[in-house]
Design a protein around this ligand. Sequence first.
Ligand SMILES: Cc1ncc(COP(=O)(O)O)c(C=O)c1O
Length: 408
Amino acid sequence: MFVQDTEDQIFIDCLAGAGTFALGHNHPDVVNAVTEYISTGGPWQTLDITSPAKNNFVSEVYKILPDEFSQSAKLQFCGPAGTDAMEAAIKLAKIATGRSGIWSFSGAYHGMTNGTLALMGNINTKSPVPGLMADVQFMPFPYEYRCPFGLTGAESIKANLNYLEHQLSDQHSGTPLPAAIVVEAIQGEGGVIPAPKEWLQGLREITERHGVLLILDEIQCGIGRSGDMFAFEIADINPDVIAMSKAVGGGLPMALIAYHEKLDQWKPGAHTGTFRGNQLAMISGAKTLKILRETNLIESVKEKGQFLLESLHNLKSDCDFIGDIRGRGLMIGIEIVDTQSAGKSKAPNPELATKIQQQCLQQGLILETGGRSGATIRFLPPLNISQEELKTVTNIFISSVAEVMRNL
Ligand SMILES: Cc1ncc(COP(=O)(O)O)c(C=O)c1O
């Protein structure tokens, strides 16, 4: 949980390498597994060649996939970054369907390459780059606090799904049938926005009926982060493709996709890349997945998340600049707003969010900001954070907010 800077200040790390350290920094079992492997003199990377480390990692990955999905799943190792897993998913979907369109959602983040940047919601980040991947459309994400339909609860979900259905079935919608729809079950960079279970179920039903592939980007919200192994599992659905990276490598670079064998229509070599045989990441990844599978850690994530949410909710009555508190498991966000702005969902207040973030940093707590205008403060701690450490996190946060309020 802890990192130390060059001036010896110790911080409690609630960013955890952007969610890569499910078990925190230097977990002793992971360190042992990697050092033991190195001491055997085994190869560090093997391109595509099968090895005991790879066999073991593959078998661990199959064990964490949902049962029904795993029975017909194929794996593709990708260049070791989440964005390359998403590139592979896009290519696979286009080849398998023969269609070129990919639909994404407002607020989406899938990486920074030419294809994934095109699927990004954040216009400021993508607009300096001309000529991104063509044939991309955006649908509204079910972001209740800023619902584009001006609705809440079940009504908001229903309107959102009706709109999606309409765009796919209306011959005059202007949006030809896409190869795939890509979605995060909990948007991370978009501001920690969990998709409601009913919405995910509706999305799966609609895409299936229209023969559109559903790609779940579980790069950030997967591998236990939400309190389920994969965040989409809350909806009990089967996607066509699952993209994994970050925590799946146990803190070392790793990315892969799992997909239904019926889609396996690309040729060998269709998605090559030198560093797809990173043995050390397979060792650390396999050890991490085994620990997650064999302990009750993921189960505890739900409780810890609930504790964090409740502690933060207690703050809300005293702080009218907290617009929304949301999240699932240990992926939680607080949206800071401008109390002077008009409307029910007030304008984001990135200056105040940054002040709180900086105050937390001074008090030894690392937090990230993201979401609309960077006004959502994000908690993404290692999953094995203890109850005591979680209390320290909330105490630092509460006292930082109080300090910032005193100086407003
Ligand atoms: C949901 C999601 N998809 C894809 C990516 C891209 O991963 P990478 O930065 O490893 O390319 C990220 C990174 O934050 C992410 O959160």
